[in-house]
Design a protein around this ligand. Structure first.
Ligand code: PGA
Length: 254
């Protein structure tokens, strides 16, 4: 059975002290309140990854991750962070191709494919984000956009590498807007993505891959989203910045 994963992407929020407080609260609440099966991932800014990993080391349900990484292993790339460095901070996941990286930092599919390779080579799990803009959805080009993002970012991978990759469907129009995709809209795209993977690889590979939904996931819409057969968890932004709302989202996953 495929893994259910709820990840909290803090984006550029929380200083070290605030972050440590939030992680402690989440860890304690999960111990007391959650017996379900989901893996819970804390994805703070780079600077806090090491401290977060140390703080959660005694809670097997919790993992840590990073929001981005370099496509290079090391060298003269001022300001960059490599997958190896992230691994050395005991993190397990790296978000690749978040729409904010695509939109504000010019990250394109070919570059992201190299980042995916760097993450896998370091032995970490990439969370590869894809999603259409409102304009693309309204002009009915969203399937083509998603197919291009998935095929150009991921389809150079071997079946074994593909199995180690998590996909996150995050419609750009739903991120930080309070406008969630309906469960039917999200399920349609998740099934479409799984179909693309089945066509490129095979049905059993496709059925093993975790596909998260992201975009204004909240405690009050999570359970409905998670009831869809192809939605295997969530990548949470705003609601991950507060322990109660984040833990309630986790609790929505049986
Ligand atoms: P949001 O962000 O939950 O604030 O919409 C989701 C994301 O960007 O991963």
């Amino acid at each position: 059975m495929r893994k259910k994963i709820i990840a909290g992407n803090w984006k550029m929020n929380k200083d070290l002290e605030e972050g440590m407080g939030l992680v402690s609260e989440i860890s304690n609440m999960l111990r007391d309140e959650y017996q379900g099966s989901a893996e819970v991932v804390i994805i703070p800014p780079f600077l806090h990854v090491n401290a977060v990993s140390k703080l959660i080391a005694d809670n097997p349900r919790l993992k840590s991750g990073a929001q981005n990484c370099s496509n290079h292993k090391s060298g003269a790339y001022t300001g960059e962070i490599s997958a190896g460095m992230i691994k050395s901070c005991a993190a397990t996941y790296v978000i690749i191709g978040h729409s904010e990286r695509r939109q504000y930092f010019g990250e394109h599919n070919q570059w992201l494919a190299q980042k995916i390779d760097a993450v896998l080579e370091a032995g970490l799990t990439p969370i590869y984000c894809c999603g259409e803009t409102l304009e693309e959805r309204e002009s009915n080009t969203h399937f083509a956009v998603l197919e291009k993002q998935i095929s150009e970012g991921l389809f150079h991978l071997s079946p074994e590498q593909m199995m180690k990759t998590v996909v996150a469907y995050e419609p750009v129009w739903a991120i930080g807007t309070g406008k969630t995709a309906s469960t039917a809209q999200a399920q349609e795209i998740h099934a479409f993505i799984r179909g693309l993977i089945a066509a490129k690889y095979d049905a059993s590979t496709a059925s093993e891959i975790t596909i998260q939904y992201g975009g204004s996931v909240k405690a009050d819409n999570a359970a409905e989203l998670f009831s869809a057969p192809d939605i295997d968890g969530a990548l949470v932004g705003g609601a991950a910045l507060q322990s109660r709302s984040f833990v309630d989202i986790v609790k929505a996953m049986a």
